[in-house]
Design a binder for this molecule. Structure first.
Ligand code: SF4
Ligand code: SF4
Ligand code: SF4
Length: 325
């Protein structure tokens, strides 16, 4: 990863020096082991803080819509984008929340992000001193010795089933191995869920969401949730109660999930943000598969795409809209 970090740092230094960008967003080491935080760089001397590793999980495009209007007019923002992040960013352009010329996309081909719980949950004890990674393994150096984890087995579910690890839209691309796009095939775990009877699916939905404490972290982590006033907090009209009653919780989630149709890129940011570990992906990934199956559409692949919900075709397999004779 040192090669990637030095390529990243050199690129950002040059871009700031040549005034091609006024600001850069990437990652820096967090205050805890195995964690990174978003890193906002304005000055050349701060560039050395940037890191790249298998814990750079945040989808940084979530900051763009609120950040750009705060910057001096004409400031171009550089942003480090994994495949999924770039799709979120492109989605924001398609939805006219962002102008392509306001951002410089530094794409990075991604080998997948590691689910920290899968490492810490299997630690034999000891304090983490250092972490190494390669395409096969994540190696934790502890004060009690060394522990090795298979990278493939430790990935987040969204990364195991990622279809676009390399951004399809970028200005500069940093290559980390070869990660060609894969065709969307239904996620096996989700396919199993879809096969269940309707009532059983509803029971799972209720069971999963009964843990929700309505902190809205899932909404705040999602780049698609940029409304200045969210329906969840609106008072005129108030769409639903503010309690933690299951009916209120379900209403919030049903609306949030439906708002993701044709927009969710399965980045997993909402799942990672949830303090209660609600498996939100069970529902949003189902939408991703459904949208692909019905409309052959994947969001965020080109800024020139039309929004799925903004077009209509009589060929759409929308049995609820086009009556079959
Ligand atoms: S979903 Fe794909 S691009 Fe995004 S972090 Fe996982 S592997 Fe990387
Ligand atoms: S709903 Fe979740 S997985 Fe989908 S784009 Fe938003 S944060 Fe990413
Ligand atoms: S992050 Fe989790 S607990 Fe918070 S509102 Fe979303 S599902 Fe509920």
């Amino acid at each position: 990863m040192k090669r990637v970090e030095s390529e990243l740092i050199t690129n950002v230094e040059e871009l700031l020096e040549d005034k091609k960008i006024g600001f850069f967003m990437g990652y820096e080491n967090g205050s805890l082991p195995l964690r990174t935080s978003p890193c906002f760089v304005k000055e050349k001397e701060d560039v050395q803080r940037l890191v790249w590793n298998c814990f750079c999980t945040n989808n940084l495009s979530v900051y763009l819509v609120s950040l750009i209007p705060e910057l001096p007019a004409g400031t171009k923002v550089g942003i480090l984008c994994k495949g999924c992040d770039s799709r979120s960013l492109v989605n924001l352009i398609v939805e006219k929340q962002l102008k392509r010329e306001d951002v410089l996309i530094m794409g990075i081909s991604c080998s997948g992000m590691i689910n920290i719980d899968k490492l810490t949950g299997n630690l034999d004890g000891g304090r983490i001193l250092e972490v190494e990674e390669n395409e096969e393994e994540v190696i934790l150096k502890l004060d009690t010795g060394e522990q090795r984890f298979s990278r493939k087995d430790s990935l987040y579910e969204s990364c195991k089933n990622c279809t676009h690890p390399t951004p399809s839209v970028y200005d500069i691309l940093i290559r980390v191995g070869e990660h060609a796009p894969k065709s969307v095939c239904p996620d096996p775990m989700i396919a199993k869920f879809r096969q269940k009877e309707r009532l059983e699916r509803w029971q799972i939905f209720e069971r999963e969401l009964s843990r929700c404490v309505r902190c809205y972290a899932c909404r705040n982590a999602c780049p698609n949730c940029y409304c200045k006033e969210c329906f969840a907090e609106q008072t005129k009209p108030r769409w639903f109660g503010l309690s933690n009653e299951l009916s209120d919780v379900l209403f919030y989630h049903l609306v949030r999930i439906l708002h993701q149709a044709g927009r969710c890129v399965d980045c997993g940011a909402c799942v990672r943000a949830c303090p209660e570990k609600v498996d939100l992906r069970l529902f949003t990934r189902m939408l991703v598969d459904e949208v692909k199956e019905r409309f052959d559409y994947e969001p965020g692949l080109s800024p020139n795409d039309s929004h799925l919900l903004g077009v209509f075709s009589t060929d759409d397999t929308q049995e609820f809209m086009v009556e079959v004779d």
